[in-house]
Design a protein around this ligand. Sequence first.
Ligand code: ADP
Ligand code: MG
Length: 636
Amino acid sequence: MSETKPNAQKHEFKAEIKQLLEILVHSLYTSREIFLREIISNASDALDKLRFESTRGAEIIDSELPLDISILFDEKNNTITVKDSGIGMTQEELINNIGTIAKSGSSEFIKQLADSASDANNIIGKFGVGFYSVFMVAKEVIIKTKSFKKEEPAIEWSSDGLGDYEISEIKDEIKRGTTIEIHLKDDAKEFAEKYRIESIIKKHSNFISFPIYLENEKVNTISAIWREPKSNITKEQYNEFYKYLTYDSEEPLDVIHISIDAPIQFNSVLFIPKKNQDFFGYNRENYGLDLYVRRVLIQHKNKDLLPEYLGFIKGVVDSEDLPLNISRETLQENIVFTKISNHITSQVFSYLTKLAKDEPEKYKELWKEHNRVFKLGYSDYANMDKYSELLRFNSSFNEKAEDLVSLEEYVSRFKEGQNEIYYAVGNSREAIATDPHLEIFKNKGLEVLYLYDPIDEFVVSSIRKYKEFDFKSVDHIDFNKIDKLKNEKEKTSSLEELSKDDSKQFDSLLAKIKGILGDRVVEVKESQRLSDSAACVVSPDEGFSSSMQKILRMSNKDLTEQKKIFEINKDHKLTRNLLKVFKADSNDEFIKDTVEQLYESALLLEGSLIDPHKLASRINKMLDQSSDWYTSIKKI
Ligand code: ADP
Ligand code: MG
């Protein structure tokens, strides 16, 4: 540890940094090399910022310095030093930037690491953990930096990464930029070896667009690959670039390389990650494409080049036709920028459409990982047709929950006379399979889309139609319209038709049921749609479907419960028995209990039973009674 300098000030690290340091210091051995990636990436950012300032005409000291990064190492003394001629830092910037955790990356990283059971090692590798990762390998770090701004003194910062750091002014002349001198821990000597350093740079920092010199020898070889003709680039080069860009350890699922010369010139390399990188769901801001103008990085993660719902796509865009001194704020108003962005969006749609058609299995993989993001596109009316073609759902015609159908396929299987697309909402295939509303669809041989994801119903309600066909929830259909379609399976009932007199009695029973349920239902009527179940509830024509109501209820607590129609299946054994009891004594308590139970079970099945207590105690009462009957029948 160096001696405290006479004019040095001591500062304590903020709590969250201590917490981060604690995690990093104890992190597993295999991730440690990424400290160099982080330090080099900061150096490259500092150079990008300097280039950005100079294209804007800012006054810059030492303007003759080449923009590069150099790395020195000393095996004897166990040090590695990374030096850049970038933007540098003033004392205030040094305290603000290095003394607190930048919004990018690190703070979310600790938060997630703290409450996730995931393997820290793996996460550290994937994540941009920033400057502090250096303390995985360092027992002391000394930063010397001089800002590009005139008249700012050079500053030295030093710390052992334990609790505090020291800052002092440097009296000697030094040039613009930042030098980071890392004194390695005894167990991290490997990072002062040439071969090791070189291989880390090749692995993680090969695409840095400034030269990196290792003891005066240039190590990074690959330049802006997006500017090269496609045929010059190997799959390995794409993969390597992708890993550099995203920190993903896996290869991408696919790459889209776009080179356009007219009417606007731009190049772009886009990647589809194999895995959804939104690993914890907090990463919502972590999307966007890197925007370059003539190789100068103008903005990291620009959010306007692609719509948010295509944000799972990673990559870079570089144009000759944008002005170099364009400000990030005015980008969106720039016509060339808008044209580039429209062009990229349409290229991505063409790519996805082609993939879905030519390589359905690969498209399925993409869909599985990225559908949650993609579905957010339901309000992009400009691209609605293409968007709809790319949607996938599980359906009653599939064998497994993992299988998918497109709307095009669904429509191609329309039954004679069908002109609507039917869907059912539920948590799983099993849950939907028990939905009594589906019985008539089975009898008619009609395909039903199964919507498992809460956003799915928003999607179909927003897009409303596919081609000229409306989406209809199975609990919210024009019954007569479906009833007119041909039956594929005849409704079979072993029960005899009701006599005229019994039919009348059945009508009175329906009135009785309405009396029992009172205002809770709009109407009680004989069901045409049921074959296996005794009863179900349906939404009246003018209302919302049940699942939509559930969503609305979640977002707006005051929404009054929408009343349903209660339908009874006349040709069900339970109904027939109920009719017998009714004929014998229309006020028998058994009728009331049974009706309440049927009604609440129907609500339960479609997920709208709010309080299950009564249902449970009624079941217990009925079990009590049936156990009596059972033992008496069995004579035990
Ligand atoms: P991030 O790079 O995600 O912002 P880091 O922890 O890596 O987070 O770095 C924190 C900040 O410190 C950077 O945003 C930058 O402002 C500053 N910084 C780090 N290294 C340098 C450097 N070599 N030159 C200039 N500024 C730097
Ligand atoms: Mg960084």
